[in-house]
Ligand binder design. Sequence first.
Ligand code: URA
Length: 225
Amino acid sequence: MEQRRDRYLEAMGITRWVPRQAAAESGESISGDGDNVPDLDWQALRRRVSECRLCGLHEGRTQAVFGVGDPAADWMIIGEAPGAEEDRVGEPFVGRAGQLLDAMLEGLGLSRQSVYIANVLKCRPPNNRDPSQNEASQCAPYLQRQIRLVAPSVILAVGRVAAQNLLGADGPLGRMRGQIHHYGVHEVPLVVTYHPAYLLRRPAEKAKAWRDLLLAAQVVSGNSR
Ligand code: URA
């Protein structure tokens, strides 16, 4: 029960402080050195991300943007990287694109709180440029661990950068959407759709994005095969 409550508190960003001595005894690194990420629990992972200096993006960030939502969600939504608003607030998808994402989720009867939302990168790239290969690979273990901890029924990869990084592919988004992929050794079903920022520029594509969401919903309800 205590463990379950801790999981929720940790994923919500409410820190239960562990004395340094206890952290050292539990094997949790205080300095954050980039290894043992696959073994970290929510609290240790959040702390590691907040202290991360593995790439140059830490120099320009207001804060790292970890992720938000239900740590045991069926749906995991994965975007590209924090923008200016997300860097300021510390939460993914809170700008205009985030408002559209919220509306898309609402259409499915889902709220932000009922899904888990994260990004490929935890720190904002300057001028919203694409993540470099080095930045994406330094950050990848954090997202991999988040996916493992949430263990979602479906991953919705929003936008080309998220899709390419999660699938290890470099094709255009148009060729990746409309089908069910599988992520990682646990073969988590993964559906690709357009990034909401793109849909704000190209509203005519919303109908296709809606079809992608319905496909992901079928996966969650177990009716996809
Ligand atoms: N775009 C993303 O991909 N992620 C965010 O968190 C915000 C905008």
